[in-house]
Ligand binder design. Structure first.
Ligand code: IDP
Length: 149
């Protein structure tokens, strides 16, 4: 079953959007299999955003991600990686469609509320960067037969 890594960034936590954001993935029909609340270390934040290391916004991004607690999550479901990206919306909240998390709740690219893995390989890498295998719960929600034919 496909898995993705999602993280509610410090702005989402500080603004009290944790429940609102989790609700969107729960009600869509995806399954939460991992959840932790932590203040990421610099090492973790730099590893997570390693592809952006040379970008001008990298230092500010690492500063921001390490500045407060984040909600790190693993969600499971058919097509969850691409679907979560759609639910999240475009990187710049001003370009994100209404109905998406960033489109409904944000106004600035440096404060775009949530991270979501962008492809199967990055999803796998990010899940294992943030979670140990035994922190992920294998379970089948009873509601599954009402979500899938
Ligand atoms: P994504 O989060 O939609 O996948 P990426 O292009 O992978 O977007 O960028 C990672 C994160 O880096 C963004 O979510 C945002 O927090 C930050 N970021 C990207 N571009 C900028 C920028 O131009 N200024 C400030 N922060 C940026």
């Amino acid at each position: 079953m496909e898995r993705t890594f999602l993280a509610i960034k410090p702005d989402g936590v500080q603004r009290g959007l944790v429940g609102e954001i989790i609700r969107r993935f729960e009600t869509k029909g995806f399954t939460l299999v991992g959840l932790k609340f932590l203040k990421p270390s610099r090492e973790l934040a730099e590893a997570h955003y390693d592809v952006h290391r040379e970008r001008p916004f990298f230092p500010g991004l690492v500063e921001f991600i390490t500045s407060g607690p984040v909600v790190a999550m693993v969600w499971e479901g058919d097509g969850v990686i691409a679907s979560a990206r759609k639910i999240i919306g475009a990187t710049n909240p001003l370009n994100a469609e209404p109905g998406t998390i960033r489109g409904d709740l944000g106004v600035n690219i440096g404060r775009n509320i949530i991270h979501g893995s962008d492809a199967p390989e990055t999803a796998q890498n990010e899940v294992s960067l943030w979670f140990k295998e035994d922190e992920l719960v294998v379970w089948q929600p009873d509601i599954m037969r009402w979500l899938h034919e």
